[in-house]
Design a binder for this molecule. Structure first.
Ligand code: CU
Length: 255
């Protein structure tokens, strides 16, 4: 059964940092609504108060009253508070305190036109060396066949499996053009830039399968660059991991 993710307001949130982001979005929306209504009333007032019928000749002196000045100062101070008081702490908390690699699930995501290649390090926990020169239709990640660390690595396409309530550290890059890894329910968007490996992290609050979208218009197939994140219980995730590793060793025998 498809879960209801979207309603009248923000989509469901399943990440630990999502509440802080939502709070910011809510405050901003209420503030924008107040500004909209305020300016709308002022506009109506001006239309009536300064209509041509009642004011046949224009007056060139500016208004003497101080009300507008105080209002503008208040708005500037409030906007500074939004930026310095609310946005920056949330952002710096999220950006400057990534989880320790020991405590997190570390995966690499390699974006390409038009898919997400998810690279898991396998049993040894070490990623094999990747290079564009090794990329073939069978070796989508471009793993170096001579690197022993890459022997037990495996990848999945458009499917990112993670255990719930565990920090996940993603190292994101791109093979071709700029893509953007976006998971609305995780309140997460990160551009993927060719030639750069950009780390980001998240932590989940519950299980479920949710969409991963590409948020950069990256070519004609952009619309079908859709992946899924599967947040599983630790037991389910371990079972899935074991299954992948068995498949991987079967692959090796078939060479
Ligand atoms: Cu894309």
């Amino acid at each position: 059964m498809q879960e209801k993710i979207y309603g009248y307001w923000l989509p469901m949130n399943v990440s630990t940092h999502g509440d802080a982001v939502d709070q910011l979005i809510n405050v901003l929306h209420v503030f924008m609504l107040l500004l909209f209504v305020g300016w709308g009333i002022f506009f109506m007032y001006c239309l009536i108060r300064f209509r041509a019928g009642a004011n046949p000749t224009a007056r060139y002196e500016p208004i003497k009253g101080k009300a507008s000045k105080y209002l503008e100062v208040f708005i500037v101070v409030f906007e500074a508070f939004l930026l310095v008081g609310l946005s920056m702490p949330v952002w710096s908390d999220f950006k400057s305190q990534p989880p320790d690699e020991k405590d997190a699930l570390v995966v690499e995501v390699l974006a390409e036109q038009f898919a997400w290649n998810v690279h898991y390090p396998g049993k040894d926990g070490i990623f094999g060396r990747k290079s564009s020169e090794f990329v073939t239709p069978e070796n989508l990640l471009g793993l170096d066949p001579d690197d022993p660390n890459g022997k037990d690595d495996f990848n999945s396409i458009n499917n990112l499996n993670v255990p719930e309530k565990t920090p996940v550290l993603v190292k994101l890059t791109s093979k071709d053009v700029i893509h953007s890894f976006k998971v609305p329910v995780l309140r997460l968007t990160q551009d993927a830039i060719p030639g750069q490996e950009i780390p980001f992290w998240f932590n989940t609050t519950r299980t479920g399968s949710f969409d991963i979208a590409c948020a950069q218009l990256c070519g004609l197939g952009h619309y079908r660059m859709r992946g899924q994140i599967h947040i599983q219980t630790q037991a389910d995730f371990d079972a899935w991991l074991a299954e992948q590793q068995v498949e991987e060793s079967e692959d090796e025998f078939s060479f």
